[in-house]
Each structure stands twice: as structure tokens, then as C-alpha cells.
Design a protein around this ligand. Structure first.
Ligand code: UDP
Length: 254
């Protein structure tokens, strides 16, 4: 592996300069964090699985016309993506009450919501990602009204598509988090889906048993954390061929 310039290291991924201008390599780590970085851990094989799961979901979304930053998977832990200017807003799409929404409004976890709800959070580790309104986003210039409109429309399409896809493999898509970026092509700016879609940022429950098969197993110390991620990959039909015992993948080169 060649030496590459490290651009950024986040909680679950490292970004390296890509092979061509305008590209980035996303390296998926096994590190897990929760509760605004207060809880840390390692979920063995998570990076390999999330790399595959996110590849699969981004490709399916691309096929239905959702623009994404994804180019191709490079190896067990890395994928090539287009370099975009990340919009500093996290969109949370919710179908069923869980997590912070259940707590904030005192709604029992698992209660279906009357309709899908989209929330916005300002990406800031120092501030603990505060929830913000459209007014804040446009007034502070984090995104233009048209950007927000595009992000919301895309999020609802993604939600409709992924809800059906997961239902087909016996999983309920409870909620998930999305990030978008700006991509310039021929003087034109497009809003594209960025980051990753994986059990790190989706809540997925088994349809029959309500068993949680996502990062809540880590957050809530439910045990069998690795198995949750493996089960999602298995149902999607993308468990690495060598099986769950070979999920370490290549080591990071610094
Ligand atoms: N989520 C995420 N990153 C965060 C916080 C939440 O990807 O920093 C995801 C989380 O996995 C869940 C959805 O966003 O699928 C809604 O999360 P919630 O607001 O309930 O926050 P949590 O209680 O998980 O912190």
C-alpha cells in the first residue's frame, strides 16, 4: 500500500487523499463511540462490514437516481468517494419513536410515528450537535433554502426506498442519520448523499422479535454487538465470503 496524506480522522473513519484530484479514500475503523464520545469501544470487524453495507446501500440508491459521493469499494476497509464540501447539518429521519426522540417527548420506544419526521442537527463536537431549525440553518448560512429543500426531498426518497429494502429482509428501519455534501460539476452545484449508511447510523429492528441489530447493542450494552452487524450484512447477502471469522481486513498504513 502506498503512503497517502491523511486528511481527517473521525470517530469511525479516516479520510485519505484519493488517487486522483477530487477523490477521497474512506477507511472504516472498528472503533465505536456513543453519547457524544463519552463511551468508546471496539466492535471487531465493524469497519469491514460497514464498508460493505454502505457500498451496497449507496449503490442501490444510485440506481434509483439518488446522487451519492460513492465511487467504488477498494478493499476490505476502504472505499473511493468523490470529494464534496460537507454541509454541517445532520438530518435524522424517524419512522418509529426511539433514542433521543422517545426520551425528549416521553413516547415509549417502538411507537410508530404518525408520519416520518425529519430533524436537523448542527455538526459540532464542542456543542454536542445541537438540534436546529430551518431558520437557524439558513440564517447562519450553513445551507441555502434550496440546499435544504434538496436535502429534505432526497431524505424522504431514501427513507421510502430503504424502508422497503429492509422490510424485504425482515428489518424495520426505525430511524437513521444522513449527511450531504456539495459537488461541483461543470460550474453547477449538486447536493449529494455523503458519509455512510450502516448500522452505526441506522436503527434496525427484527420485524418479528423487535431485536435490535444496530449500534444500540453497543450503546445499551446488550451484548452480541458484532453479531448484530453481521446479521444485517448476512440478510443483505453481502457477508464477506471468507465468513465472519475473517473480518480484520488490511491494516491501516500511516
Ligand atoms: N445517530 C448518528 N450519529 C449521532 C447521533 C445519532 O448516526 O451522532 C443516528 C442514530 O444511530 C439513530 C438516529 O441517528 O439511528 C437517531 O438518533 P437519536 O437522535 O435518537 O440519537 P441517539 O439517541 O442515538 O444519540
Amino acid at each position: 500500500m502506498t503512503r497517502r496524506r491523511r486528511i481527517y480522522e473521525g470517530k469511525a473513519k479516516v479520510l485519505f487523499e484519493g488517487p486522483e484530484p477530487g477523490t477521497i479514500v474512506q477507511y472504516f475503523k472498528d472503533d465505536a463511540s456513543a453519547f457524544h464520545n463519552k463511551k468508546h469501544g471496539i466492535i471487531t470487524g465493524k469497519g469491514v462490514l460497514n464498508n460493505r453495507i454502505s457500498e451496497y446501500l449507496m449503490m442501490r440508491l444510485g440506481e434509483i437516481g439518488v446522487p451519492t459521493h460513492f465511487v467504488r469499494r477498494l478493499n476490505m476497509r476502504e472505499q473511493l468517494v468523490r470529494e464534496v464540501e460537507i454541509i454541517p447539518i445532520e438530518l435524522k429521519v424517524r419512522n418509529v419513536a426511539a433514542g433521543s426522540l422517545a426520551k425528549r417527548f416521553g413516547i415509549p420506544e417502538g411507537t410508530p410515528l404518525p408520519r416520518s419526521i425529519i430533524e436537523y442537527y448542527y455538526k459540532s463536537d464542542e456543542l454536542g450537535d445541537p438540534m436546529v431549525s430551518e431558520e437557524h440553518i439558513t440564517a447562519f448560512g450553513w445551507a441555502a433554502p434550496q440546499d435544504l429543500d434538496d436535502m429534505m426531498t432526497l431524505s424522504l426518497r431514501i427513507n421510502d426506498y430503504l424502508t422497503g429494502l429492509f422490510l424485504g429482509i425482515g428489518l424495520r428501519l426505525i430511524d437513521f442519520k444522513l449527511e450531504f455534501g456539495r459537488l461541483w460539476e461543470n460550474e453547477e452545484m449538486h447536493i449529494v448523499l455523503a458519509d455512510e449508511i450502516s448500522p452505526d447510523n441506522c436503527r434496525l429492528w427484527d420485524v418479528k422479535t423487535n431485536e435490535k441489530l444496530d449500534k444500540d447493542r453497543f450503546r445499551e450494552d446488550l451484548g452480541k454487538v458484532e453479531e448484530g452487524y453481521q446479521e444485517v450484512a448476512r440478510r443483505l447477502g453481502i457477508l464477506p465470503e471468507s465468513g465472519p471469522n475473517d473480518l480484520m481486513g488490511p491494516k491501516i498504513v500511516q
